[in-house]
Design a protein. Structure first.
Length: 92
């Protein structure tokens, strides 16, 4: 049985490409370069080779599409990679 779900996104997305760096200093410092998948006014989605970032974790992001602070809203495994969605809380 195939189950179809309603798209719960409240903002339209634009396909994006390029890299974005995510960095955090707490509770566990890390910096990881990710592949940008899409962007919206309030957030973005990335694909990476590393383990999921904890939901609710705040990260600094920077790349060609801008810089700022975002919060991880969700993660999912896509093959042998991870995809995460982030909500931007401040820009610049």
């Amino acid at each position: 049985m195939i189950r179809l779900e309603r798209d719960r996104r409240s903002e339209s997305r634009l396909h994006a490409s390029g890299q974005v760096t995510l960095a955090s200093e707490s509770p566990y410092p890390f910096s990881v370069v990710c592949e940008l998948v899409d962007i919206s006014h309030g957030g973005f989605r990335v694909l990476r080779d590393y383990a999921p970032i904890e939901c609710g974790a705040s990260v600094r992001f920077y790349g060609d599409s801008g810089a700022g602070v975002a919060v991880c809203g969700w993660n999912r495994c896509v093959g042998d990679r991870y995809q995460s969605g982030f909500y931007v809380t401040s820009r610049g």
